[in-house]
Design a protein around this ligand. Structure first.
Ligand SMILES: NC(=O)C1=CN([C@@H]2O[C@H](COP(=O)(O)OP(=O)(O)OC[C@H]3O[C@@H](n4cnc5c(N)ncnc54)[C@H](OP(=O)(O)O)[C@@H]3O)[C@@H](O)[C@H]2O)C=CC1
Ligand SMILES: O=C(O)CCC(=O)C(=O)O
Length: 408
């Protein structure tokens, strides 16, 4: 299912549960601003290459718009719109003073050299610099981007506006990045998983996950807590060891080989079959829409923790719910990244650096509080965790919108 259709469907279900006025519902759904830019760069061989870049600013009722920048071949209009909308509800669920945005460039970063990626990032920043800003819209990394991308964005933005570290988060530490941001989404996934399992009287045991920034940090931290990771995948392939994968050794292998493929100590798997492997907890941590009506019936996990954004189609949601599978939704489960981005922004504005322990403790406090808030909405509306999170987020944004004078 198209990502925007799926996200709109979840929003509308939440709006009905909340009894939102239909005009307010429509206004909350329509993005504040959609930016589409052409980015042409000279390649290293002297030829020109053109790419399309997007920034969708969905809503700013609760504060500056916030969300990552994705470099991936599948980046397109509807997907970026859906991701921007999810950011609006996510920042509200986390109860941090932001709205939502998302951006990206349709490109395969694996096919571009470092200098080509730098030129592309600088051209993109030149095209959007007057529409982002510390109190307007604050980008961060997402798939295919990282601290280096944010360093280039910061540098290019600062040429127009003066040195402004708080204009992006997820920066290198030397440029004002926060300790703990790199691990934050994965650490938040761990805290979210613990909160859910605790409620069900269980402890961390077997899992499987994608293996980028979020997936590899989640795997590392869950492994440290005694969890058994039985299968992981990335773009190079999927691997499995039902006795548990040696995660520290796998992390070294990935560093040296740029992927999980060829890891000794696990068998290789078809990329599709990883989702339906026998395990207690499934943690999708890559692309959207991978759990759908084609595979939902085959999933054996009892819990799904959505580290990725919108990994589960609404049709799959229905099938899984009938099977009794419990899904911890993206707008709560992966909110650790944007929460520590908020801490980074606060540190930059104050010109003060927190130690990592403070970052991690604050993150745990926010994640625990958000879990309780989501659960409360589940009780009020007699709904599942996804609708609990959506009603929580949408209600907070709706209230802020009305208080700011939407009626006028
Ligand atoms: N970074 C963050 O702070 C946050 C990220 N998220 C979400 O988490 C998810 C992962 O993001 P992040 O870890 O940052 O991104 P990364 O780019 O670090 O990792 C992405 C992972 O997905 C894999 N991948 C990419 N394309 C495919 C494909 N076609 N098939 C299978 N695997 C693929 C990559 O493989 P390979 O490494 O081999 O390319 C990699 O393992 C995304 O949904 C993102 O929106 C959510 C909240 C915050
Ligand atoms: O850290 C941020 O600002 C945004 C992270 C993000 O893109 C996400 O949560 O999906």
């Amino acid at each position: 299912m198209n990502a925007l259709v799926a996200t709109n469907r979840n929003f509308k279900l939440a709006a009905r549960l909340l009894g939102l006025d239909s005009k307010l519902e429509k206004s909350l759904l329509i993005p504040f601003r959609e930016i589409k830019v052409e980015c042409t760069i000279p390649k290293d061989d002297g030829t020109l290459a053109s790419f399309v870049g997007f920034r969708v600013q969905h809503d700013n009722a609760r504060g500056p718009m916030k969300g990552g920048i994705r470099y991936h071949p599948e980046v397109e209009h509807d997907e970026v719109n859906a991701l921007a909308q999810l950011m609006t509800w996510k920042t509200a669920v986390a109860n941090i003073p932001y709205g939502g945005a998302k951006g990206g460039i349709g490109c395969d970063p694996r096919d571009l050299s470092i200098s080509e990626l730098e030129r592309l990032t600088r051209v993109f920043t030149q095209k959007i610099h007057d529409l982002i800003g510390i109190h307007a819209d604050v980008p961060a990394p997402d798939m295919g981007t990282g601290p280096q991308t944010m360093a280039w964005m910061l540098d290019e933005y600062s040429k127009f506006h003066g040195y402004s570290p708080a204009v992006v988060t997820g920066k290198p530490i030397d440029l004002g990045g926060s300790l703990g941001r790199d691990a934050a989404t994965g650490r938040g996934v761990l805290f979210a998983t613990e909160a859910l399992l605790n409620e069900h009287g269980k402890a961390i045991s077997g899992k499987k996950i994608g293996f980028g920034n979020v997936g590899s940090w989640a795997a590392r931290l869950i492994h440290e807590k005694g969890g058994k990771i039985v299968a992981v995948s990335d773009i190079t392939g999927a691997i499995k060891n039902s006795k548990g994968i040696d995660i520290p050794r796998l992390l070294n292998h990935v560093k040296e080989n740029k992927g999980v493929k060829g890891f000794e100590g696990a068998d290789s798997l078809g990329p599709e079959s990883i989702l339906v492997e026998d395990c207690d907890i499934l943690i999708p941590a890559a692309l959207g829409g991978i759990i759908n009506r084609e595979n939902a019936n085959e999933i054996k996990a009892k819990f799904i923790i959505e580290a990725a954004n919108h990994p589960t189609d609404p049709e799959a949601d229905e099938i899984l719910s009938k099977k009794g599978v419990i899904i911890l939704p993206d707008i709560y489960a992966n909110s650790g990244g944007v929460t520590v981005s908020y801490f980074e922004w606060v540190q930059n504005i104050q010109g003060f650096l927190w130690d990592e322990e403070k970052v991690n403790n604050e993150l745990k406090t926010y994640m625990t509080k958000a879990f309780k808030d989501v659960k409360k909405m589940c009780q009020v509306h007699n709904c599942d965790l996804r609708m609990g999170a959506f009603t929580l987020g949408v209600n907070r944004v709706a209230r802020a919108t009305v208080m700011r004078g939407w009626e006028a």
